[in-house]
Design a protein. Structure first.
Length: 52
């Protein structure tokens, strides 16, 4: 269960940061900052969740 959890979190964070990269390439810096913030929130909230 823990492995699945970390896989989903890693995929979500990587997807957010890659999406932000493509937004920067399209010159949408405000959108890139927002989606990067989502990726950071995903990474931070993983340490708050406790699996049972």
């Amino acid at each position: 269960m823990r492995l699945i959890f970390w896989a989903v979190v890693s995929f979500g964070a990587a997807y957010s940061f890659l999406h932000a990269y493509f937004l920067i390439k399209d010159k949408n810096k405000f959108g890139a900052a927002g989606i990067s913030l989502v990726g950071i929130v995903i990474l931070v909230l993983t340490f708050i969740v406790r699996l049972k």
